[in-house]
Design a protein around this ligand. Sequence first.
Ligand code: SF4
Length: 176
Amino acid sequence: MPDDERLLRGFTVTHVRDCLADPAKNRVIAELWDNVSPAFPYLNAVVPNLTYAPGASIMMVRRGERLLTFYPHVAVMAKVDGEEDAVAQLCWFQGLCNDIWRRRGELTPCYERRRLLGPLDVYRLLPQLNCRACGEATCMAFAFGLLAGEHRLAECPPLTAPQHAEARRRLAELMT
Ligand code: SF4
């Protein structure tokens, strides 16, 4: 892609710290070379499971157990596995951002506020039987595991029952 079509030309990692919530992981901060906020409404229109605060120009995305927060010129990444993993997340975001920006003429931007999917949102869509067939003691524990990327929906057999078809469809959409 030519430089003038790219919204985000690159980034520089500026801080690598221990993650407060999990010392085995890192909290990494990077400077974004360009203002990425014009892409936020387009990302909000197509990327599931993100938080978007239009007034504050903040976007948060969960990838596995990582929580990535993007400001116009800064990225703050929690629970990443060191600088290499942080760079991989930034490369993912850069590719996504530039692709969305290149296709913005085909997309309808969404300016609605959205919040990140939480365990309770997931739990409400699960069968709530606490049957342990997924290997977890409770459906709530399974919901946490799903959000952390440690479980897949297919590990919950009761979810395949016809009465849960709509919940399964919504969960599949949200967990994409
Ligand atoms: S298998 Fe499904 S219904 Fe059973 S405990 Fe796990 S999440 Fe809950």
